[in-house]
Design a protein around this ligand. Structure first.
Ligand code: SF4
Length: 147
């Protein structure tokens, strides 16, 4: 975890869409938005991988996005966690492999967690993140203390 995350009781997540139909991205936006507000459950979406504990990848990995994905991963500090969200990020899903699409992450890199679905719901994504944090023994996200 980053020092900031450990101190705040929040788990920091950077989301990268590497291709796909944007369905998973919309579910992630819903999780980050005011209605679901993942911050209440201790999960904070950050705008740069430099502040992130977890890299969430959605969509198949298009060839054009490979360098972006590598740069985001290299920019992350401390303990880095890679999660594939949705069928496409895991194995290419409906996009498979072709001249523009490399496919999914499974079998190409070490994945700490995969969450299947097309798309998985915001609650499924949130529970996968909090379950993983518990399983690896990191401090449980405690959430924001709103007034
Ligand atoms: S898993 Fe489904 S919703 Fe997500 S990017 Fe692929 S096709 Fe779209």
């Amino acid at each position: 975890m980053t020092r900031a995350s450990a101190a705040s009781g929040m788990v920091s997540v950077f989301f990268l869409e590497t291709g796909g139909c944007a369905g998973c991205a919309m579910e992630l936006a819903a999780l980050d938005g005011a209605a679901r507000d993942a911050g209440r459950d201790g999960v904070c979406f950050v705008r740069t991988p430099r502040h992130a504990d977890i890299l969430l990848v959605a969509g198949p990995v298009t060839r054009a996005m490979v360098p972006v994905l590598e740069q985001a991963w290299q920019a992350m500090p401390g303990t880095r966690i890679l999660m594939a969200i949705g069928d496409c990020a895991i194995d290419g899903g409906v996009f498979g492999e072709n001249y523009a699409v490399l496919g999914g992450l499974r079998g190409r890199v070490h994945l700490d967690m995969s969450l299947p679905g097309c798309p998985p719901s915001p609650d499924m994504i949130l529970s996968a993140i909090t379950r993983w944090v518990r399983e690896v023994g990191l401090p449980a996200p405690s959430g924001r203390r709103d007034v």
